[in-house]
Structures are given as structure tokens and as C-alpha cells.
Design a protein around this ligand. Structure first.
Ligand code: SPV
Ligand code: MN
Length: 626
């Protein structure tokens, strides 16, 4: 009997809190997992400061976080072998007879549900279970997606707090109508450092039928913070059925002439400039990771699903990232993870200003300069995927619309990958379908030294969302294509490339140049400048960029630089089309017909241009009109 279990296991105080939510389905779910995971005690967290504080203190009390010298800063460590998303053990559960593309990790539903229940049986023995309620997207909005997270990790529950909007009152308000997502997480048995011990039993299983995600024997945020990549997979599936989109996208407000603000969303695979785009100087940030897009009154509107940042800390320094740097040195509430902690309670990470300390404690335990791992490789001062968790409100460039229930109107969508030799720094699609297919669905990124394996290998990553797809790639592309139907005002689609190199391997652009690209895109969305029609999209005219470089960066942008950067690399663009076509023919089970048509048209345009101008075309030579 669920209510008996609840009454008995919760104690009267916690029970009373939970009963404010009138939803028997929710109560039954909670009762089931209390019974199954068998925690020692249960804490129901409402939106009250007192409850939130209880979680903060619990993380310190149980040793998952340690206080640092600066007030409100703490540090958390994940197991040395639990430092990133576990792609291999993250699976979309499928009922018999269903299948998805090979690139999406799936497994039979019934078997995996038994397996995970076996793994989670009594897994919370001796621990406290935290029950938390949140809203993805602003509360009281058509975007709001309620989520309940059960976790025995106070670190996870604390991270949730910084990253998501409190949703207990939203659950109370929605009562029996709430269509909520459910997350059940346990860090499992912990070792002497309070990190997950049984990594061989690490699992992240996504059950689309019940909208439940199970996560066990891991602490790393990307595997455990239920509202982030776990709920994202549920939301992609739900959105595709209901005509809205869940995208792996930042949202930034670009400030144009006369105080005009135009909002852009942007998708970039990791280490391709996503954070630096969200944090563009003199622009305003709405979000840095996940966006929901919906159609309203003929326009596309977007919200940041989150209210905080779980950001990569590697390389953050006072010169390049002044706003983040300042926030990281203020007494704002911050959880550092997998960086070095010094005896004085300071922190250090790869690429931080100043000298690397001689010793301290990091993701590998006691650390000294020169320490080697079991394979004889030197362990750096922090993990390359070390992170900081902070609320966006601590950033000086926060856009005022963050919590607007209506979201922001999307003027443009940007796709970008790491590409040394093919795409120009910025171009604009001819229309929505062209942009979704030739830019979004054709996104690739070259591997960097930061990932294992060879450098410079191109990885296919449609819309930078491949890791999170819970529907087939074809279905997902169709959902994107269909999204524009019925719109009065269709967002423009752009592709950017911050990583173009010259023949000696040097970058053709400085880090700051992207500021100009966004100012140009802002003018394009508002029809303030013309563009040149090129075979792969519309590209900026020299005069417009020259003017913007002067205004934005006080730089003299020469015609030689322009011609080199915006040169149309026909050969490389053709090779790219061949690669992408091949992937969609051989690895994607239900690629839409239109995808091949769009790519074929692009190929024809390139071949025609090649006939006339050769393999490398200076943009000023392009005189023809479509
Ligand atoms: C990403 O890898 O895309 C992230 C970090 O944003 S994680 O939470 O691990 O997904
Ligand atoms: Mn991400």
C-alpha cells in the first residue's frame, strides 16, 4: 500500500510536505522507489530556503563536498574513472520490435528494466534520499516541464539547485495534471573519498514509455544531474511528438543598432566555441547549453531550460573570460568539480592564470607535479573536463529575459563545428530547409587533443545533438524541418566556423572575430545589409565586414584577409557533401528524401561554380545571381 509505505518511511514532517502535492501517481512512484532502494531516511525538499539549505549542508556533512577558502565555494570530486558522460552504458530502452540508428545506443527495454532494478535493489541502504521538484524552463509558462528527481547524492541535489528553477510549488499548482519526468539516481556504494565505487555497474537507462531515467553508480554531473542530459533525452522524444524542439543550444542576445536586441540560438559540439559564443563580449546571455523552442503566434520562441551553468573550467583565464573569471572569484555559490584544491582552500585548473601549485588534492587524490597514472602518463593539475557549477544570475552579462515565461523570439539559429578547411567563417542559408540540412544535419567536428584518439578526425554530429537523441536521426531531422511549417516569420539559419586554418596550419581568425560575425548576422536578420549569393549560402560583403571590424574591434579588415577567409573552397565543400551523403545513405535508417535533394542541389551549384571559376573562388568574383 503506497500511502502506508510513505507514511511510515517519511515521518510525519516530510509526509506532510509531500501531501501538499495532490497527485496519487506521483506518490505511488515515490513509494515504489523508497521501498525498492531502501534509504535510511528521506528528505522532501520544497522551494523553501530552509530546505535548500539542508541539502547544501548535507553535501558537506556526508563528505561529497568540501568547503573552500572563499565563502560559498565548495569542491566535489568524482571517481578518477567517472569524469565524463558514460556513452557506452547510457542506453535508450526500446520495446521489442522497435529500433533506432546504430549511432544511438539502445537496448531491449524489459531486460534492462530488470537489470537496473536488480542493480538498484537496496542501493540506498544507510543513506538519505533527497526528493526534489523542479521546472525545466520558466515556471508558469507553456514551456514549463516539471521533473521530480530522487537521488541519494546531496552533491547532485545541490547542483540541481544552482542549475534549475525550483518546482515544488509548480507541482502543487499542477496537482493531478502534471505530466512530469521522473529521475531515479543513486551514486551507489562510495569509496573512502566518497566517490562512486562500483563503476562496473554504472548505468544510465532512459525509459521513454514511462518517462523515467535511471542512473546508478556514478556521480559525474552529465550522468546524474537528472534535469540536464537525462531529461533532455525524454524531452526530445516528447517534443517531436508534440511539435516543439529540444535543442543542444545556447541562447544569446545580440545587440544591434538603436538598442535593438536580436536573439540567436546556437548548436556547437563540445570544445567548438559554444561557451565563448554564449558569453560574447557586450552581448547578453540567456543560456549556454539546452533550449526548448516552440511556435507562438507565428514566431519561434525559445527558453533556457536551465538557470545556471555547468561549465568547463579548463582554459578559463582573466584575459579571455573576464566575466566568468570575476564570478569565480566572488563569494557567489559555486561547486567546483575535479579541479585541484590547495592546502589553503584555493583552486587551480589547466589554463588558469598564475603558476601551477606544487601539490594539492585533485581528481586523482593526493597530487604532486609530475604524478603519473597507472599507465605512466602524467596527471594534469585538473581533469580536462573539470567543471564549475554556478547560477547565471552571478554573471554581469545576464540577459533580463531569462525567466520570461514567454521566452525570447528567435531571430537566427547558428550551427558551428571545428573545421580547418571547408566552411567560411560565417554564411547564411537560403531558407529553413537548406539551413537545417546543409548546415545543421551536416554538422561535423574535428577531434581535438582533448579527446582520446587521433587529432583532426571529423565526427558527424547532427545539430550537435547526436549523443542525446532518443528518436531516430531521420525522425529528428523531420521534426526540425516540420517545425517551420505555419510560421509567419522564419528564423534565419547561419553556419559559423571559428577554426579555419591557412596552409601552414595557423588559424585564420582571432578569437575576437566572432563578435563581428554575430553583428553581421544581427543585421541580416533585420534586413539591414545585403549579402553575396554563393553556392553554399549567402556570405557577407567586404564593405559590411570592414565597417563592422572597425566599429566592433577597431580593426582594419583588409581585402586580402577577406578573400582568404571567405574564399569558397569548392573541392573541400564537395568532399564534405560526399561524406555526409554517404553517412545518411549507410548509417541513417530513415533519412528524409529531401535531405538528398538539398545536398544534390548544393553539389550542382558548386560544380557549376567550379566550371566557371575553379576550385578556389574569391567571393568578389561571384557576380552571378541565383
Ligand atoms: C556536454 O557535454 O554537452 C555538457 C556537459 O554540456 S554534460 O553535462 O556532461 O553533458
Ligand atoms: Mn552540453
Amino acid at each position: 500500500m503506497p500511502s502506508n509505505i510513505l507514511n511510515g518511511r517519511l515521518g510525519s514532517e516530510q509526509y506532510k510536505k509531500l501531501m501538499r502535492i495532490d497527485n496519487p501517481v506521483l506518490h505511488e512512484f515515490i513509494a515504489k522507489y523508497i521501498d525498492h532502494c531502501a534509504p535510511e531516511s528521506v528528505f522532501v525538499c520544497t522551494d523553501e530556503e530552509e530546505d535548500i539549505n539542508y541539502i547544501r549542508e548535507a553535501a558537506i556533512r556526508n563528505g561529497e563536498e568540501t568547503k573552500l577558502a572563499i565563502e560559498n565555494h565548495t569542491i566535489h570530486f568524482d571517481n578518477y574513472h567517472d569524469q565524463a558522460r558514460d556513452k557506452e552504458n547510457t542506453k535508450i530502452l526500446l520495446t521489442k520490435g522497435l529500433s533506432l540508428d546504430k549511432a544511438i545506443n539502445t537496448a531491449p527495454r524489459e531486460e534492462c528494466i530488470s537489470e537496473i532494478h536488480e542493480i538498484m535493489k537496496n542501493i540506498m541502504k544507510g543513506k538519505e534520499l533527497y526528493i526534489r521538484f523542479f521546472s525545466l524552463g520558466p515556471t508558469n509558462s507553456s514551456f514549463s516541464q516539471p521533473v521530480i528527481q530522487l537521488t541519494d547524492s546531496a552533491y547532485v541535489a545541490h547542483s540541481d539547485d544552482l542549475l534549475y528553477r525550483q518546482g515544488f510549488e509548480e507541482f502543487v499548482r499542477q496537482g493531478r495534471n502534471a505530466r512530469f519526468f521522473k529521475i531515479v539516481h543513486s551514486a551507489g556504494e562510495l569509496d573512502e573519498r566518497n566517490t562512486s565505487k562500483n563503476l562496473d555497474k554504472r548505468r544510465v537507462y532512459i525509459d521513454l514509455e514511462e518517462n523515467i531515467v535511471y542512473s546508478a553508480n556514478t556521480q559525474y554531473g552529465g550522468n546524474t544531474i537528472g534535469l540536464k542530459k537525462l531529461s533532455m533525452r525524454l524531452a526530445i522524444n516528447r517534443g517531436a511528438k508534440e511539435g516543439w524542439l529540444t535543442e543542444h543550444m545556447l541562447i544569446v542576445g545580440v545587440h544591434g543598432p538603436n538598442e535593438r536586441v536580436t536573439y540567436f540560438t546556437g548548436a556547437f559540439p563540445s570544445l567548438c566555441g559554444k561557451t565563448s559564443t554564449a558569453m560574447l563580449d557586450n552581448e547578453t546571455i540567456v543560456g549556454d547549453d539546452i533550449a526548448y523552442l516552440r511556435k507562438k503566434d507565428g514566431r519561434v520562441r525559445a527558453v533556457n531550460v536551465e538557470k545556471g551553468v555547468f561549465g568547463i573550467i579548463m582554459g578559463i583565464n582573466s584575459q579571455d573570460d573576464p566575466i566568468i573569471w570575476e564570478a569565480l572569484h566572488s563569494p557567489a555559490e559555486i561547486i567546483f568539480s575535479n579541479v585541484l584544491m590547495t592546502a589553503e582552500g584555493g583552486v587551480h585548473w589547466i589554463g588558469k592564470d598564475g603558476d601551477i601549485p606544487e601539490k594539492g588534492i585533485n581528481h586523482s587524490g593526493e597530487w604532486r607535479k609530475g604524478k603519473k597514472d597507472e599507465r605512466g602518463n602524467e596527471i594534469p593539475v585538473s581533469h580536462r573536463n573539470a567543471r564549475f557549477t554556478i547560477e547565471l544570475k552571478n554573471f554581469g552579462n545576464l540577459d533580463p529575459t531569462l525567466h520570461d515565461p514567454k521566452g525570447v523570439e528567435v531571430g537566427g539559429i547558428v550551427y558551428g563545428g571545428r573545421d580547418s578547411d571547408t566552411w567560411v567563417p560565417i554564411k547564411e542559408a537560403f531558407d529553413w530547409t537548406h539551413g537545417i540540412i546543409a548546415y545543421g544535419a551536416s554538422l561535423e567536428s574535428e577531434t581535438t587533443a582533448a579527446t582520446l584518439g587521433k587529432e583532426g578526425v571529423r565526427k558527424f554530429n547532427p545539430m550537435s545533438n547526436l549523443d542525446f537523441l532518443s528518436i531516430s536521426i531521420g525522425n529528428y531531422i523531420n521534426a526540425n524541418l516540420d517545425f517551420a511549417k505555419g510560421l509567419e516569420k522564419v528564423p534565419r539559419i547561419f553556419a559559423v566556423n571559428y577554426f579555419l586554418k591557412d596552409k601552414n596550419g595557423n588559424f585564420l581568425n582571432s578569437r575576437d572575430d566572432k563578435k563581428v560575425w554575430y553583428k553581421w548576422a544581427e543585421l541580416r536578420v533585420n534586413k539591414d545589409v545585403d549579402a553575396i549569393y554563393a553556392p553554399m549560402g549567402r556570405i557577407p560583403k567586404y564593405e559590411d565586414l570592414k565597417k563592422l571590424f572597425k566599429e566592433v574591434l577597431d580593426k582594419n579588415f583588409t581585402i586580402e584577409e577577406y578573400n582568404e577567409q571567405f574564399k569558397i573552397r569548392v573541392k573541400e565543400n564537395l568532399a564534405k557533401i560526399n561524406r555526409i551523403e554517404e553517412i545518411y545513405k549507410t548509417q541513417v535508417m530513415d533519412a528524409p528524401r529531401v535531405l538528398f535533394d538539398v545536398l544534390e542541389k548544393q553539389r550542382k551549384r558548386l560544380l557549376k561554380a567550379k566550371e566557371k571559376y575553379g576550385n578556389y573562388i574569391k567571393p568578389e568574383e561571384l557576380t552571378y545571381k541565383p
